[in-house]
Design a protein around this ligand. Structure first.
Ligand code: PLP
Ligand code: COI
Length: 354
């Protein structure tokens, strides 16, 4: 990492902190006072700035709006017992953002722009990082194409912005999910492994339809046969079958989740066997029926570790073991939280004190 980026800072006139109710933080709605912005122009990143959070003026012709060159990340910062702030596994999000950029034919971001942008934003908005258990500062880096040109080709200019939200966990209750077999989220050769806007927009109608049927979320299946479990709308999936964690292997149709990787490493360190492989819907349903599936949960930065209480497939609802009786995933989630909040030693070196 280069030593220091020249970041111009314009402070917000009036902080909104005092008028913010930290007991009421709907996900992604409350923004801190500032944002970090940078531009890619003429083949280089420039114009590094901390600005008051607010609108950015732009041409309605920018190609992100028309052709979807837009990628983002999600990570969290946590207050430590000594009052410092730590960002969890930012190196993984940095690497994934650039992987998404390559897949979407966009400019990549240098590590110093990403890391120093985060550090500058957290330092100026440090008072916004919650300190209560389960709360954190959600960081949302986003990069999008800004050429005001309607020709279909990769943009030559991009804007990179980092936003921050004080946040509570995304889901407050165990999830009722529906296995989706009509619509698909991604396909072989597609962009499923990229964290790109279009993956979320194509999921909206199916998700809204599932919600109208009483479900919280979907379980996406493979586009070819609709036989294998892939992931959820905003999280990866894990099952405990015969005492082992079984999770769909990462492939080009699935987002390679940082939380997924973290849980796998933690589980193995706790002596739990983890199987990363294709997971057939039939295997999950059978294991529910014969009682060998004892836990199912979704894992993600926003979602944290969220229990799944019911799984519906082709109109039949399968009720899982009561989430309140589960022990394995809550124990892993506790270990994860203890590391994130600095309560226990960071034996894997995941915390970056900014
Ligand atoms: N899958 C999808 C589609 C997601 O949006 C997310 C959230 O980021 C995840 C998986 C989990 O990834 P991570 O743990 O890196 O947040
Ligand atoms: C995250 O967990 O960071 C996500 O991106 C999920 C979000 C789409 C709600």
């Amino acid at each position: 990492m280069k030593d220091s980026l020249n970041i111009k800072t314009t402070k917000a006139g009036q902080s909104r902190l005092a008028e913010t109710d930290f007991r009421d933080l709907p996900f992604g709605k409350v923004f801190t006072d500032h944002m970090f912005v940078a531009d890619f122009e003429d083949g280089e990143w420039k114009n590094f700035e901390i600005l008051p959070y607010g609108p950015i003026s732009m041409s309605p012709a920018i190609s992100a709006l028309h052709y979807g060159q837009a990628i983002f990340e999600g990570m969290k910062a946590y207050t430590q017992p000594d009052g410092s702030v730590s960002v969890f596994r930012a190196d993984k999000n940095f690497a994934r953002l650039n992987k998404s950029a390559v897949r979407m034919a966009m400019a990549t971001i240098p590590e110093d722009v990403f890391m120093q942008g985060i550090a500058a934003l957290i330092n100026i908005d440090k008072a916004w990082v919650p300190s209560e258990e389960n709360y954190s500062l959600y960081l949302r880096p986003v990069m999008f194409a800004t050429d005001p040109v309607l020709g279909v080709r990769p943009s030559s200019s991009y804007k990179f912005v980092i936003l921050a939200n004080p946040s509570a966990p995304y889901y407050s209750n165990p999830l009722r999910v529906k296995i989706e077999t009509h619509y698909t989220r991604s396909d072989n050769g597609g962009v499923g492994a990229a964290k790109t806007a279009g993956n979320y927009s194509r999921a909206m109608l199916p998700t809204v339809e599932a919600q109208a049927q009483g479900f919280d979320q979907l379980i996406w299946t493979d586009a070819k046969e609709n036989k294998y479990v892939e992931e959820s709308g905003a999280a990866n999936l894990m099952f405990i079958i015969d005492g082992k964690i079984v999770t769909p292997e990462v492939r080009e149709t699935i987002l390679d989740g940082v939380t997924r990787d973290t849980i796998i490493l933690l589980a193995k360190s706790m002596g739990i066997t983890v199987e990363e492989r294709r997971v057939a819907i039939s295997e999950v349903l059978e294991a529910i029926e014969n009682g060998t599936l004892t836990e199912a949960f979704a894992v993600g930065t926003a979602a944290t570790v969220t229990q799944i209480s019911e799984i519906s497939y082709e109109g039949k609802n399968h009720v899982l073991a009561d989430p309140a009786t589960r022990t394995v995933s809550p124990a892993i989630a506790k270990k994860l939280n203890d590391i994130r909040y600095g309560v226990t030693a960071d034996e894997f070196g995941w915390n970056w004190i900014v």
